[in-house]
Design a protein around this ligand. Structure first.
Ligand code: ADP
Ligand code: MG
Length: 156
């Protein structure tokens, strides 16, 4: 299912709605080039989860933890050099038995380390400067209902 957004605000509205619908244990992997809008999407998800305060990219610290309706763990693996470091940042504990929601930027760099099931969100820049195409797909089990709900509301 694909959604085209024409502005950052439109991406935020969509991602906030995703955040409101997330259930404990859900994992989102955000894919796309630098500047595609992964962190902006994460900010909307956080807002939808009721996180108060600023959500910033964990590019340098690799992981940020937020308190919302459910806890939100936000990873950015852009600067991670070696898969072996994932253990040290608690990646597997969070990604495999999450009590909250896990959101991963640049997870595709370490695809073997990703959990068996997650919602993939691929973000592509469109022709227009502020145009983005967001493609949602389910990897593994457990995301079909969410995908269907999102398609009913947002599908372009
Ligand atoms: P990433 O985390 O993928 O590197 P960011 O979310 O940090 O990207 O940055 C995305 C940038 O693109 C922001 O400055 C945002 O305002 C801008 N932008 C422009 N149009 C859109 C859109 N439709 N959706 C998301 N971001 C957009
Ligand atoms: Mg980012």
């Amino acid at each position: 299912m694909e959604v085209v957004t024409v502005s950052p605000a439109a991406t935020l509205a969509l991602s906030e709605d995703v955040g409101r619908r997330l259930q404990p244990g859900m994992v989102l992997c955000l894919e796309g080039e630098l500047g595609a809008g992964k962190t902006l999407f994460a900010q909307g998800v956080a807002a939808g989860l009721g996180v108060v305060g600023e959500v910033t990219s964990p590019t340098f610290n690799l992981m940020n933890l937020y308190r919302g309706r459910l806890p939100l763990v936000h990873f950015d693996l852009y600067r991670l050099e070696d898969e072996a470091e994932l253990d040290g940042i608690g990646f597997y504990e969070y990604a495999e038995a999450p009590a909250g929601v896990v959101l991963i930027e640049w997870g595709e760099r370490f695809s073997e380390a990703l959990p068996a099931a997650y919602l993939r969100v691929e973000i592509r820049q469109g022709e227009e400067r502020e145009g983005r195409c967001l493609r949602f797909s389910a990897v593994g089990e457990g995301y079909d209902k969410l995908l269907k709900e999102l398609a009913e509301k947002w599908s372009s």
